[in-house]
Design a protein around this ligand. Sequence first.
Ligand SMILES: [Cu+2]
Length: 288
Amino acid sequence: MFLNALRAAFAAVFFTGISTFSALAEHTGRPLEWQLNLQGAASPVMEGIADFHNLLLVIIISIATFVTLLLLYVIMRFKASNNPVPSKTTHNTLLEVLWTVIPVLILMTIAIPSFKLLYFEDRAADAEMTVKVTGEQWYWTYEYPDNGGFTFDSMILDEGELGEHPRLLGVDNPVVLPVDTTVRVLLAAPVTGVIHSWAVPSLGVKTDTVPGRLNETWLRINEEGWYYGQCSELCGPGHGFMPIAIKAVSKEAFGAWVTGAREEFARNDQGDKLVRVTQNIAQNQVRQ
Ligand SMILES: [Cu+2]
């Protein structure tokens, strides 16, 4: 408890300085130990989110500093010993106009880029390919309708199989996507299922998969590499064990992967997946 409070205080103090450099932060595609601030941006949407976050931080800190200094001044200047005869002023037109107009201007400064970003994130007008994500209990299924329509399940790796993947974030079948390609992502869950959320922080994506509804978002990955995320809607006992791993590759490598994947997943026997989900949950819960 105390440690958490200390950590929060530490974060608050150093947040300002570090976030100034966040625009320069290298994207890692994964969380780092003792990380402060957002994960480095690897997509146009996440770059927009990071810039907007930094703008808000400047505004928030400026307001908090101004109010604190004003309060200290008033406390000292108007305390009883310094100000024995209190003023009976009740109105000041200029001041009242100012404290109405200035907040309105500040809110406009926030609202305009906020709505611009919101609509930019909403959907891609000119997507080059589509991937469908289905939130299952408790793993993800991916479908590539434009590339031959193959489907596969993506399950968490056991600790012994992790290799270079971070703990609880590695999967057996990652989502492979080409870089510099606008990808429309359709998201759903089986009607007998529950709500999940498909979230990859460094790509600025977080959209719910809702039973009986088709949601849409998009992403465009700037660089090759691995990008990790997690289900971000509390969905049941397997919620912490359904990671998302995206492997971003060149367009040529993606073409080659599609050719192999169409064959591999055409004869994919998924009969044992319920058994695997149960095993994954049991093993990971024991470890915690
Ligand atoms: Cu979940």
